[in-house]
Design a protein around this ligand. Structure first.
Ligand code: ZN
Length: 229
């Protein structure tokens, strides 16, 4: 009895998709728990990324060479869609202004939960050194916008902090995190004195790294199957 009920629910969900005839019920009546998927992703995706382990850290941001473009960058903006792919694969956001089909559909959705699943998660990837790390290893940090913009304000204040990103004579950033979830607030302040950062490990070309994740998904097809009601 319970099973029949579940199936009926799944059926109504798939028929709510546009072009329902092409939708295969791959999950056989099971509801998809996006919280579970987000948990899996978080676990698999943050293992190699630096993150806050206390309210305040001192970090250094190291610039990287974008070999393909032949120039130096401080960060890479990264936007990914989590909930749009029917098999829950991550999709690189092409960019709202560049006509990303997933963003186009996401912006027509009124349901708050669906919006959250469909809208791209935007982070700013940087090579950093945690100055408390005795090995001073280079690590990757997926910074939220609030940290990124505050750090960049300092980096771009070239009068007060010239060449802040110089590993040999640059600026440490005291970054802070307070609260959790929607009530999280971030801060970044420059250290008083310039210093050398003798790091170990390799600075990653983040543009080349990102290019290695290119997917061949049919974005228009995926967009046409997204639930919008
Ligand atoms: Zn997008």
């Amino acid at each position: 009895m319970a099973r029949a009920k579940k199936n009926a629910k799944a059926k109504s969900k798939s028929s709510a998709r546009k072009g329902g005839a092409t939708t295969v019920d791959v999950i056989d009546g099971e509801d998809v728990d996006y919280g579970d998927i987000a948990g899996d992703y978080k676990q698999d995706n943050t293992g190699n990324f630096w993150k806050f382990t206390k309210p305040k850290h001192k970090i250094r941001v190291l610039p990287f060479r974008d070999v393909a473009a032949g120039r130096v960058r401080a960060y890479l903006k990264e936007a990914k869609h989590f909930g749009a792919h029917p098999d829950h694969k991550l999709l690189n956001c092409i960019g709202k202004d560049a006509g990303c089909p997933i963003c186009r559909v996401a912006n027509t959705v009124t349901d708050k939960k669906l919006q959250k699943e469909y809208r791209p998660s935007v982070k700013y990837l940087m090579n950093i050194v945690d100055m408390d790390d005795p090995e001073r290893k280079v690590q990757l940090y997926r910074a939220p916008k609030a940290i990124w913009s505050k750090v960049m304000d300092i980096v771009l204040d070239t009068e007060e902090y010239p060449d802040a990103l110089d590993p040999a004579d640059g600026i440490d950033f005291n970054i802070t995190k307070e609260g959790e979830g929607f009530n999280t607030s971030y801060g970044a302040q420059p250290a008083m004195k310039r210093s050398a950062c003798n790091f170990t490990g390799t600075i990653v070309d983040l543009v080349a790294r990102d290019a290695s994740f290119e997917d061949d998904a049919d974005y228009e097809q995926i967009a046409s199957e997204m639930v919008t009601g």
